[in-house]
Ligand binder design. Structure first.
Ligand SMILES: Cc1cc2nc3c(=O)[nH]c(=O)nc-3n(C[C@H](O)[C@H](O)[C@H](O)COP(=O)(O)O)c2cc1C
Length: 175
């Protein structure tokens, strides 16, 4: 049976080396349209994004994560995923689902992407989240979950094959 979403999902891999090319604006807009369709708790759309394309700002974003932040160097854009804290309980889930949608949408355009974690990570003088808050003007009441670096792929990774998946992890009716 045709399963285009499976093909896309299996082809997606985390890419951490980028060509340095900018991501075309039209593609970024299409990716962000997909992000906005993600399901969310209570339907209250708590997830917001800052799309950073300016190289200097991207480098300063990288500085906000002391260990591993500069893996975004060379990306064409970085998306900062933030979640409003007004209903609290499901904020991580909400941000993670929107992020997964972005990762899949990126693959559709043949570009590479990687989740770069921010929650509970440190910057030079404060938490990564708080350093991003002051750098990007993120208001109080929002938490940053992660970044997603996006760019032309400068490393090749094989997609997953059917044989890579352990179907015994799926249990029907009972564990
Ligand atoms: C919650 C979460 C946090 C992650 N944090 C990072 C990170 O900080 N840096 C990084 O390089 N990759 C990070 N990743 C990417 C994973 O390392 C990657 O998805 C995993 O190794 C599987 O590889 P694949 O994406 O190619 O299938 C994260 C992924 C998730 C879902």
């Amino acid at each position: 049976m045709e399963n285009k979403l499976f093909e896309l999902a299996a082809a997606r891999r985390s890419v951490r080396k980028y060509t340095g090319e900018p991501v075309p604006e039209g593609i970024l807009e299409e990716i962000m349209k997909v992000a906005l369709t993600a399901p969310c708790s209570f339907g209250h759309r708590p997830v917001e994004f800052v799309v950073v394309r300016d190289k200097n700002t991207m480098s300063r974003v990288a500085d906000c994560k002391t260990r591993g932040g500069h893996q975004i160097d060379g990306a064409g854009a970085v998306i900062v995923v933030m979640v409003k804290q007004d209903r609290g309980e499901f904020w991580i889930e909400d941000g993670a689902i929107a992020s997964a949608y972005i990762l899949l949408a990126v693959e559709q355009y043949g570009l590479g992407a990687c989740w770069v974690h921010i929650r509970n990570r440190d910057g030079k003088t404060a938490s990564s989240s708080d350093e991003l808050r002051s750098l990007l003007g993120i208001p109080e009441g929002y938490e940053v979950l992660n970044l997603i670096a996006i760019g032309g792929k400068a490393e090749h990774k094989e997609g997953y094959k059917e044989s890579d998946f352990d179907h015994s992890k799926v249990h029907y009716e009972r564990f």
